[in-house]
Design a protein around this ligand. Structure first.
Ligand code: ADP
Ligand code: MG
Length: 153
């Protein structure tokens, strides 16, 4: 199916747009967040968590590998595999226990866990442009497609 696109002129736009997914988001869902360092993957996640009503700090999980946010309707796990030196680290760190089919999993640098991290319902690529960021979203499952259609409606 065709990708969805969104232009994000500044950080605030990314926060707002991430938050706008909260109204229709439901678990389980696996989302890959792709793009270079500084593309806005963590900013997007922060916006989504704000939209879901989470008031606390949203830290980049670069060192911790995962930060988990228990919310009323589901737990959101925010992974960052940037420091993986081998994809097996997904299993070694026990991360499979978190991707339990009841949660939302957002995964930064998912390619570093290839073959071990769960396959995505949706991937979101954030790319730098001269004046901001451009998001490209692709669904890989029926669930992912329905979620994107509801969000972009
Ligand atoms: P990543 O997790 O992809 O490495 P971060 O979200 O941690 O990236 O950082 C994005 C950086 O880029 C922040 O410093 C933010 O202020 C800046 N920025 C500039 N424009 C944007 C934009 N349109 N969307 C998101 N972040 C932006
Ligand atoms: Mg990040």
């Amino acid at each position: 199916s065709a990708p969805f696109f969104r232009f994000l002129p500044d950080e605030e736009a990314t926060l707002q747009w991430g938050g706008s997914w909260a109204a229709t988001l439901s678990a389980p869902l696996v989302v890959y967040l792709q793009g270079d360092l500084g593309a806005g993957k963590t900013t997007f996640t922060r916006g989504l968590l704000r939209g879901l009503g989470y008031d606390g700090a949203v830290k980049s999980p670069t060192y911790a590998i995962v930060e988990s946010y228990p919310l009323p309707a589901f737990t959101l796990h925010h992974f960052d595999l940037y420091r993986f030196t081998a994809p097996e680290e997904w299993d070694d760190a026990g991360l499979d226990d978190l991707a339990d089919g009841h949660s939302i999993c957002l995964i930064e640098w998912p390619q570093l866990g290839e073959g071990f991290a769960p396959l995505p319902d949706i991937d979101i690529h954030l790319g730098h442009t001269e004046t901001g960021r451009r998001a490209t979203l692709n669904a890989h499952t029926e669930t992912g497609q329905k979620s994107l259609e509801a969000w972009f409606k």
